[in-house]
Design a protein around this ligand. Structure first.
Ligand code: ATP
Length: 224
């Protein structure tokens, strides 16, 4: 789809996470307004993003003066000061306008954020911890993405036992109740694999399933 106008992003809180989001969006060519109450933090980012201002996001007037309502997306990346994160989200929600994405410190913080109307709550530390843990328990697991409380997606490198088998012979659907959504081969991606597709060394399977089923499958293939 062609976009006539570029999306406008604001990122509040230039800790490691906020900075990384702001840098990445800027690198993709988007306009980014970076906000932090600490002037040193905004100075550090001023050469990277379109605008960097020092302001307290719990100050409604300050946010209004920055025209925050006109942005498409606001990312609230204040971590430690949970009160400031909640207040900021509440003010943004009351103003209406942008999609509000907020980083949560823990489950309780996340629950509150959902209750007050955050459009998306993210848990970078928890999610990265989960991904690293899955990779560590089985080196064939290249990535692990949680879709919901029940479902996840794993990227599994084809083990020795899998190589040469087709998907019908592999039969992860019957054995583990999981579905192979795609097979990556080098830079190519087969997004509608058929039962006769045979696995080669280096192939990566993208598999969706219930978490318990995926864990069983991971354990079954952990030695490959
Ligand atoms: P990370 O783990 O991503 O480094 P963190 O979760 O430890 O960050 P903090 O360091 O607590 O998060 O906060 C990130 C940034 O948010 C800090 O640079 C801080 O100055 C800024 N910040 C905190 N409160 C406010 C506020 N009310 N308005 C604007 N910025 C704020």
């Amino acid at each position: 789809m062609a976009h006539t106008e570029k999306k406008q992003f604001a990122v509040i809180g230039m800790g490691r996470f906020g900075l990384s989001v702001a840098k990445a969006l800027s690198g993709m060519g988007f306009d980014v307004l970076a906000i932090d109450s600490d002037e040193l933090q905004t100075q550090a980012v001023s050469t990277i993003v379109t605008h960097a201002v020092s302001a307290d996001s719990t100050d409604e007037e300050a946010l209004r003066a920055l025209g925050i309502r006109n942005f498409d997306v606001v990312v609230v990346a204040i971590g430690e000061d949970i009160q400031a994160s909640i207040l900021t989200t509440l003010i943004l929600k009351d103003m209406g306008g942008p999609l509000i994405v907020v980083k949560a410190q823990n489950e309780l913080h996340g629950k509150v954020l959902h209750k007050i109307g955050a459009d998306k709550v993210i848990y970078p530390e928890r999610d990265m911890g989960l991904r690293v843990a899955h990779h560590l328990t089985s080196p064939n697991i290249l990535d692990y993405i949680e879709l919901s409380d029940e479902y996840s997606i794993v990227e599994l490198r084809a083990t020795k036992a899998m190589i040469g088998q087709n998907l019908k012979e592999l039969n992860v659907r019957a054995k583990f109740g999981c579905n192979v959504m795609a097979i990556k081969r080098g830079t190519k991606m087969n997004i509608s694999p058929s039962s006769s597709d045979r696995l080669s060394e280096g192939d990566v399977l993208v598999i969706v399933g219930e978490k318990n089923d995926l864990t069983k499958m991971e354990l079954a293939y952990s030695e490959g």
